[in-house]
Design a protein around this ligand. Structure first.
Ligand code: PLP
Length: 394
C-alpha cells in the first residue's frame, strides 16, 4: 500500500489535561464514592440530553438492570429486545427471571425492525428495550405508539446513543427510561460507567435507592442534612451500583468537551462517507430523515453481493479475509456487535435457529466497524479508506 505504515486503533478515548486534573480532585477532597462530582456529572448529562433526571451507575448493564428492576419486571414476564445487540440488553431481562423475546432488525440501520414488533407481543409482554445501535436512534415513534396502545413500558438502551437525536429529542429522553454507557468504546468515557435518564421522578427515585443497597437517602444527602449520624432506612432489596467520584469527575470533564467530541465523530463519518462512497461492496451507515447520528461507531455491511442465508458463510469468510488484510496494514476493525440470541447461553436455553432472525444473523456475520476517534487525522482517514478500497482485490 502506502510507503508509511500506520497503526490505527478501533477507537481512542480523548483524555486531556482537564480530565487528568479532574480525577485528582476527589482524591484530594477524600470523598471518593457517589459524592459531589457524581452529582455534577449527572446534572450536566441530564441537561445535555434534555432529561429532567439522571442517575449515574457503574455501567450501562447495571443501568439497564436498575431500570427493569424499578419497573417491576418479574419472573415469567416477557420483554422485547432486538436480536442484534450486545448481550447485556438481554441479560438484564434474564437477571430478573424474565424472558427476552428477540425481534429481528432492519439490515440498513441495524436497529429493531418495527414490522416484527406486533407479532412478538403476547399477553406476557410487559416492555420493549429498543437499542440505539452504534449511535443511530431506533425508530421511536412507531415503537412508542405500539407500546402505548398495549400498555408496555419502554427502556431505551442508549449505551451507544450519546449524540443521537430523533425528531429533535436526544435519545434517552423519549421512553420511560434511558440507559447510557461510558465504557472507553463509547463517545464519552468514565472507564466503566453508566447513566439512567428519565422524565419520571418516581422511577428515578427508586433507581437512586436501588443503586445504593435500597437506601432511603444517599450518603451525600445524609451528610448535608441534619442527623447525619443516623443510617438510612433500607426498605428495598438493592444493589451496590454506585459510581465513584473519580469517574464522576472524569465524566464531568468529558461533558465539557462533548460538543467537540461529537463534532469530531461527525467529521470522521463525513470523511468516510465521501472517501468510501463509491465502494459498491460496502453498505455505509445511513441516517434516516429526522435523525442525527451520534457515530459511536462507523459500522458498514460487507455486501459484495446481496447476502442471504445461502451465501452468508462464504461472504463471512471473505469479510474476515478483508479484515485480516486491514489488520496487516495496521488498521483495527471489529464486527459491529453480535447476535445475542446466538451466544451460548441463549443458544442452549432457547435454541432459536438463525433462519428465524435472518437479518440479525447476517449483521453478526457481515458487519465491519471502521476506526473512529476524536482527533483522527485526514491522513489516517485517507489511509483507512485507501486500504479498505484495496482490500477486496487483495
Ligand atoms: C447496546 C449495548 N447495550 C449495553 C451495553 C453494556 O454497556 P456496559 O459495558 O457499560 O455495561 C453495551 C456495551 O457495549 C451495548 O453496546
Amino acid at each position: 500500500m502506502t510507503a508509511t505504515r500506520m497503526s490505527i486503533p478501533i477507537t481512542k478515548p480523548f483524555i486531556g489535561a482537564e480530565e487528568l486534573a479532574a480525577v485528582q480532585r476527589p482524591l484530594e477532597t477524600g470523598w471518593l464514592v457517589q459524592g459531589p462530582y457524581v452529582k455534577e456529572f449527572e446534572d450536566k448529562f441530564g441537561r445535555f440530553i434534555g432529561a429532567d433526571h439522571a442517575a449515574a451507575t457503574t455501567s450501562c448493564t447495571t443501568a439497564l438492570h436498575l431500570a427493569v428492576a424499578a419497573l417491576g419486571l418479574r419472573p415469567g414476564d416477557e420483554v422485547i429486545v432486538p436480536a442484534f445487540t450486545w448481550i447485556a440488553t438481554a441479560n438484564v431481562v434474564e437477571y430478573m427471571g424474565a424472558r427476552p423475546v428477540f425481534v429481528d432488525i432492519d439490515l440498513a440501520t441495524f436497529n429493531l425492525d418495527v414490522a416484527g414488533l406486533e407479532a412478538a407481543i403476547t399477553p406476557r409482554t410487559v416492555g420493549i428495550i429498543p437499542v440505539h445501535l452504534f449511535g443511530l436512534a431506533a425508530d421511536m415513534d412507531p415503537i412508542l405508539d405500539i407500546a402505548r396502545s398495549r400498555d408496555l413500558w419502554v427502556v431505551e438502551d442508549a449505551a451507544c446513543g450519546f449524540g443521537a437525536w430523533y425528531g429533535g429529542r436526544h435519545v434517552g429522553s423519549i421512553g420511560d427510561l434511558g440507559c447510557f454507557s461510558f465504557h472507553p468504546r463509547k463517545s464519552i468515557t468514565t472507564g466503566e460507567g453508566g447513566m439512567v435518564t428519565s422524565a419520571r421522578a418516581d422511577l428515578i427515585e427508586t433507581i437512586r435507592s436501588l443503586r445504593d443497597h435500597g437506601a432511603s437517602r444517599s450518603d451525600l444527602q445524609r451528610h448535608t442534612q441534619s442527623s447525619s449520624f443516623l443510617l438510612a432506612d433500607y426498605d428495598l432489596l438493592g444493589y451496590n451500583f454506585r459510581m465513584t467520584d473519580m469517574q464522576g469527575a472524569l465524566g464531568s470533564a468529558q461533558m465539557d468537551r462533548a460538543a467537540w467530541i461529537l463534532g469530531e465523530r461527525r467529521r470522521c463519518a463525513a470523511a468516510y462517507d465521501q472517501l468510501l462512497g463509491g465502494v459498491d461492496w460496502l453498505a455505509l451507515p445511513v441516517t434516516p430523515t429526522g435523525s442525527i447520528h451520534g457515530y459511536q461507531s462507523y459500522v458498514c455491511l460487507f455486501r459484495p453481493e446481496t447476502p442471504d442465508l445461502g451465501s452468508v458463510d462464504r461472504l463471512h469468510e471473505w469479510r474476515n479475509r478483508v479484515m485480516a488484510a486491514l489488520e496487516a496494514e495496521g488498521i483495527a476493525t471489529r464486527q459491529g456487535t453480535h447476535a445475542a440470541f446466538m451466544q451460548g447461553y441463549y443458544e442452549s436455553k432457547y435454541g432459536i435457529p438463525p433462519s428465524r432472525l435472518p437479518a440479525a444473523f447476517l449483521a453478526d456475520r457481515l458487519s465491519i466497524s471502521l476506526p473512529m476517534y476524536p482527533g483522527m487525522t485526514d491522513d489516517e482517514l485517507d489511509y483507512v479508506a485507501t486500504a479498505v478500497r484495496a482490500a477486496v482485490d487483495a
